[in-house]
Write a protein that binds this ligand. Structure first.
Ligand SMILES: [Mg+2]
Length: 471
């Protein structure tokens, strides 16, 4: 995996050392010797990861890190503190500044690359979400993606560790922070609990269940339920090989034993935040998709969706000469509704009509607002005769009950004309169907409103189509 790394150290020899290691693995390397330069480079070049020295004259590494994390444009860039101080106080200070990981000088290659791989992987995932987010803001969506702080008692932490003293202290610490904690003492039990869903953080002691721990972690990553759940693992200090292995399996972060209380809460918080941030992006994305394919006035699907849907349906129906039918429905004299009663009344009619149409269709059919007062119904696996019956039923539903056009109960009688077209799903394209239905509609309009007409080449009465299996 190639990525752009920014290496920062006030001592040139340290920069060169790390740079050389990264270049061997084909990373693109940027360098800086002081904090101010880092902030400039980060804003300009958006690296995939920053490796930050802590002790620097002027701005300390922690402050640089904090500045990167305070800026909404750069908060997603992973920051790794490269430190000569391995004492816990420095680590907690770093976590509070938003650091994603720590490496101790001299940097161990295995730990370095495992860390970079796992952090860059995460950043790529977020980049992807953000790119979609950006694309869909064009549809005028509310683009607030900052996750709100959740009441910690709503957050469940699953601790997977043996029944021994330190485990109880971990449970106590997390409970004091307000989290709901469940403690599993076996991999089997933990697997059931984790896959049950609703777990916000999984904290695993790597001594539980021997080597099954690795299998457990990889199983969590391959299940749809826990694929994105944060996993924190507790390891012996200095077991770099095992650390590299678990990070490659997709474990998000680790804690060294004996576990420091402040470090535990800081890392738990960081992981839960990250997950919530991702969830938020993914919800926004779903919402944007819905908005992109629906019509805001009526809530029906729009033309863009019709095109995608037609492609899908016609490939599903391919073979066996299965029919597909399409209705174009047009409100009669709609201009007069707007002219005589105002656009608000016109909108009410369109909304009411959409509701009525929706209530009168099969689950397989799809109603679409084509634009203005024109609607489409796409009916897969429906032959011409059935389509005409359905069209007449819809026409009557509109005709028989007037629409309310204001909250004072004033009503308005509206009628609808419908053009019907049918074809073999194998052969006909959406534009052909639309065109033929449109011609049929034109015939209705010429002969008088509130009727159903069928496209010319559709033999409805004299030469009935073979009864196609209706889904
Ligand atoms: Mg230094």
């Amino acid at each position: 995996m190639s990525a752009r790394a920014l290496v920062v150290d006030d001592i040139a020899a340290n920069v060169r050392l790390l740079e050389a290691k990264l270049l061997v693995e084909y990373y693109e390397v940027l360098t800086a010797n002081d904090g101010a330069t880092v902030l400039e480079i980060v804003a300009e070049s958006m690296p995939d990861i920053v490796l930050l020295d802590v002790m620097m004259p002027g701005m300390e590494g922690f402050e640089v890190c904090q500045r990167i994390k305070e800026n909404p444009a750069t908060v997603y860039i992973p920051a790794v503190m490269v430190t000569a101080l391995s004492e816990v106080s420095g680590r907690v200070k770093g976590l509070e500044a938003g650091a994603d990981a720590f490496l101790t000088k001299p940097v161990n290659d295995l730990a370095l690359f495992a860390r970079i791989r796992s952090l860059v992987r995460l950043k790529r995932a977020i980049d992807e979400w953000r790119a979609r987010e950006f694309t869909f803001t064009q549809f005028g969506l509310n683009n607030t993606i900052a996750p709100e702080d959740t009441d910690p008692s709503m957050l469940q932490v699953l601790l997977v560790a043996d029944e021994y003293g330190p485990s109880q202290r971990i449970v106590d610490t997390l409970s004091e922070e307000g989290y709901s904690v469940e403690h599993s003492t076996s991999i089997d039990d933990a697997t059931i609990k984790a896959l049950d869903g609703d777990v916000h953080l999984i904290l695993v002691d790597d001594r539980v269940g021997g080597n099954d721990v690795l299998r457990f972690c990889s199983q969590l990553r391959s299940s749809g339920v826990t694929r994105h759940s944060p996993i924190l693992i507790m390891l012996d200090d200095g077991d770099t090989e095992r650390l590299a292995k678990v990070l490659d399996l997709g474990v998000n972060d680790y804690l060294k034993r004996p576990v420091n209380k402040n470090e535990l809460t800081a890392r738990a918080k960081t992981q839960i935040r990250r997950k919530q941030f991702e969830d938020n992006l993914s919800q926004q994305y779903e919402k944007s998709l819905t908005v992109a394919v629906t019509d805001s006035l009526t809530g029906l699907y729009n033309r863009r969706y019709l095109e995608t849907l037609f492609e899908e349906l016609s490939s599903d129906l391919r073979g066996g000469g299965k029919p597909i039918s399409l209705l174009i429905m047009d409100v009669d004299h709609f201009k007069a509704v707007n002219d005589d009663h105002g656009h608000a009344a016109g909108d009410e009619v369109l909304r009411g009509l959409a509701q009525r149409v929706l209530s009168g269709i099969r689950g397989f059919d799809t109603a679409i607002r084509l634009g203005g007062e024109e609607f489409v119904m796409l009916m897969p696996n429906v032959d011409g005769r059935s389509a005409v019956i359905a069209a007449n039923r819809l026409r009557e539903m509109i005709d028989v009950t007037p629409f309310e056009i204001d909250d004072k109960g004033q009503t308005l009688k509206v009628t609808m004309s419908i053009g019907v077209a049918t074809g073999a799903a194998d052969e006909i394209g959406l534009n052909d169907l639309l065109e033929r239905a449109d011609q049929a509609l034109y015939t209705v309009k010429n002969g008088g409103p509130n009727r159903v007409e069928v496209a010319d080449d559709l033999p409805v009465d004299s030469d009935p189509l073979p009864e196609a299996a209706r889904a």
